[in-house]
Design a protein around this ligand. Structure first.
Ligand SMILES: [Ca+2]
Ligand SMILES: [Ca+2]
Length: 395
């Protein structure tokens, strides 16, 4: 009870620190800014905002190297892109499409024929105000972390044109920073780009972590069940995980749960989860097929604590589910933990607690007793049977 009270107080203290603005966690989502300076793309030159041509097909590249330098390493999910509008466009864009692909090209010196994913499309887009304009992708792009990122934008055919719509570009100019195909009465989206300029748009890219392999119950990771001691903990990570169950019978907010499963070797097992610094683990045991039925929850410690779930009443040979998540809705500074399943010693593990057997009255065993050595440890008796006799025979 006292421990629970302390844990509760600790959680409220952490909540107070968060509300007070004293950050104890960081968002897993990361936004980086690429390019600096006050150079502009030009009234007629290609840019995501310009409306001088009724239709345009643009290509430009953000390199792995510059993304890494800005603090992001892949693989990651690219979820949004922003451009910094320096001069508003006085006409709107029709049928605006943003497509993203992998490329080994480091600039837009040649047309890039990479496979792309259409991440955003809209029948009308307006760059009518200055400042950062955000495009949140309806289909996020999974960046492999090794290639450069091709941004391929097209629109048209617009109903009108004007020599307006500029964005801030890398300053000084980047050689072959952007390329375009310009058309007036036909749509350029599938046209090969044929004109290049040294005006690479500044951008903000937003990345999310890739979901862990065991994010969904159906992909629960099978854990080894050890004997009396842990033969090796499994490292878990909730980075990028999302909520699997709409209702949560345990404490906290399960918006980042990951799943494990194990086959019971005994009627009791001990599940030990140790959270890293900042990680406040909640552990749940569930039975049955996915998502299963709640059997037990444990949340006795706060950040960096050890949670011990004592599972009892298990059926030997049955598969059970274990769900682990961070107590708070925010993403912890460290998203990892370790998990290990061990087996408590059986009741008759020692000579002093030897089990009394029923003696069958006849010559047949009508009333057998089931035994289980899972979790049993050596009682220190000198070996006189089995392997010892086998050794003698070999000698
Ligand atoms: Ca999940
Ligand atoms: Ca906890």
């Amino acid at each position: 009870m006292k421990e629970k009270l302390q844990t509760g107080l600790m959680k409220w203290l952490v909540l107070f620190l968060i509300i007070s603005g004293i950050s104890v966690s960081i968002k897993a989502q990361t936004t980086i800014t690429l390019g600096t300076g006050t150079g502009q793309s030009g009234a007629y030159d290609p840019s995501p905002a310009n409306v001088y041509y009724e239709s345009r097909h643009l290509q430009f590249v953000y390199t792995k190297s510059e993304i890494n330098t800005a603090g992001v390493t892949g693989p990651k999910i690219l979820t949004a892109i922003q451009f910094n509008v320096s001069e508003a466009a006085t006409k709107s864009h029709s049928n605006y499409k943003i497509r993203i692909g992998h490329t080994t090209a480091t600039n837009a010196s040649s047309h890039i024929s990479a496979t792309t994913t259409e991440v955003y499309s809209a029948s009308t887009v307006s760059f009518s105000t200055t400042g950062w304009k955000t495009f949140t992708f309806t289909t996020p792009f999974t960046w492999n972390g090794t290639d450069n990122i091709l941004v391929d934008i097209c629109w048209g055919v617009n109903t009108d044109y004007a020599s307006t719509g500029q964005v801030y570009v890398y300053t000084p100019d980047v050689t072959d920073g952007i390329r375009t195909k310009n058309t007036v009465t036909t749509n350029a989206c599938s046209e090969v780009t044929d004109t290049k300029a040294n005006k690479k748009p500044q951008a903000k890219l937003t990345f999310n972590p890739i979901a862990p392999a065991n994010d969904a119950c159906a992909d629960a990771q099978l854990l080894t069940v050890y004997g009396s001691s842990c033969g090796g903990s499994t490292l878990g990570d909730i980075a990028g995980a999302t909520q699997s169950l709409s209702t949560n019978p345990c404490a906290g907010t399960a918006n980042d749960d990951v799943w494990y499963k194990f086959v019971a070797l005994a009627t009791s097992h001990t599940i030990t989860v140790v959270g890293s610094s900042g990680f406040d683990a909640v552990v749940e045991l569930r039975s049955g097929a996915c998502m299963g039925t709640n059997m037990l929850c444990v949340d006795e410690t706060a950040s960096n604590g050890t949670e011990i779930l004592n599972a009892t009443g298990l059926t030997v040979g049955s598969t059970y589910l274990v769900r682990v998540y961070h107590y708070w809705s925010s993403v912890p500074t460290n998203t990892t933990f370790t998990i290990c399943i061990t087996t408590p010693a059986p009741a008759n593990n020692t000579c002093a607690t030897a089990q009394t057997l029923s003696v069958n009255s006849g010559t047949s065993c009508a009333n057998p007793t089931t035994g289980n050595i899972a979790g049993a440890t050596s009682s220190g008796v000198t070996m006189t049977c089995g392997e010892f006799l086998m050794l003698q025979a070999l000698l």
